[in-house]
Ligand binder design. Sequence first.
Ligand SMILES: *[C@@H]1O[C@H](CO)[C@@H](O)[C@H](O)[C@H]1NC(C)=O
Ligand SMILES: *[C@@H]1O[C@H](CO)[C@@H](O)[C@H](O)[C@H]1NC(C)=O
Ligand SMILES: *[C@@H]1O[C@H](CO)[C@@H](O)[C@H](O)[C@H]1NC(C)=O
Ligand SMILES: *[C@@H]1O[C@H](CO)[C@@H](O)[C@H](O)[C@H]1NC(C)=O
Length: 350
Amino acid sequence: IIIIFLKYSFVNNLSVCQQYTVLLLIFLTLCYALTSNYLQWSKGIDVKNHQPNQTYPSQGFNNSNETTEIQYHLAYPRNYHFIMDHTEVCKAKPPFLVLMVAVATYDMAARDAIRRTWGKETLVKGELVKTLFLLGLPGGDDAEQKQQKLRGENLLYNDLIQSNFMDTYLNLTIKTMVIMDWLATRCPEAAYAMKIDADMFLNVDNLVIMLKKPGIPKQKYLTGLIKENIEVLRDKDSKWYVSEELFPDPVYPTYALGMGYVFSNDLTEKFVQASKAIKPFNIEDAYIGMCMKKLGLKLTAPPDMSQFKAYFKSYNRCEFSQVITYILVSSEDLLKYWGDVKRPGSPCQS
Ligand SMILES: *[C@@H]1O[C@H](CO)[C@@H](O)[C@H](O)[C@H]1NC(C)=O
Ligand SMILES: *[C@@H]1O[C@H](CO)[C@@H](O)[C@H](O)[C@H]1NC(C)=O
Ligand SMILES: *[C@@H]1O[C@H](CO)[C@@H](O)[C@H](O)[C@H]1NC(C)=O
Ligand SMILES: *[C@@H]1O[C@H](CO)[C@@H](O)[C@H](O)[C@H]1NC(C)=O
């Protein structure tokens, strides 16, 4: 370019002013070429890492000027924005533990039962505990009416977090990632959090006691009922069917069952970042397993494996006083068993 310029200026006998103009033009062209090359290059890296197929344009959550152009995966929670938020919850004093309940929008009965049982535990063994319910948008013809009811419920209890994705069974992975996003951005100083389903019995005392045990990691910690080598279900009639297209491997990476898993809060931002690069599938707990694998992290077994329980055969007061989780069949059972476990008198002598 410089040679061309020199030749040009000699041949045409340009004035000083004209020479400066040409030089300036050359300089600007060079600047433009360099920056656009750089942008191309950085976009190329993104495309390679993200392998975007099922993508969704980033909207409503601007982290930087450049990211708005990049397409992230469907489960990347910053594709969505909060409608009900409660940024104040963690401001005054960061909680020790946040219980994030994944609950269907219509299931007010489950929310009410939780509010009257383990959700009302706010100070446990001297530690601050918060319970919040995570919702997407209600669907159907009367969606606006349902949304109005949710607003009323939220005014009453101040415990609903809502994001603008459709609240369906297939979108549970999005819901889980929105939980992670909320914890990372609205409650970064909380020590631990739990993703828990709405049909659970949770013994909050035992959970806090477990987390305060010496030797429990304060970082990179994820525990629960850990499952290894779980086969991906390819039967189309199964509730947990996942196509080979969505998840090609025959087995899932090690993960903790979605009924209730506990993690140190430093992991939440890491999960959010990892979700940019992991194709979503509808098994939310295995998806978190994928995030852990991607991050090169291992799950940790709980100190007492028998405390994270799934299905039970028959209710036993002593046993329920010793576990951390159990899956229940109804909200009525939660109210009944909670009342019984908490009534005066030692649960294990009768
Ligand atoms: C994306 O996925 C669809 C099916 O969901 C498939 O047909 C298509 O080839 C994929 N595209 C790319 C670029 O991988
Ligand atoms: C993000 O940026 C876009 C375009 O720059 C703008 O339209 C949108 O309102 C922004 N969203 C937020 C939440 O700031
Ligand atoms: C975009 O860039 C400008 C200038 O660097 C900065 O002031 C602004 O805060 C940026 N916007 C976002 C959303 O980061
Ligand atoms: C959520 O799920 C429904 C159907 O299950 C689907 O139509 C919708 O596109 C999904 N995604 C979002 C972001 O709402």
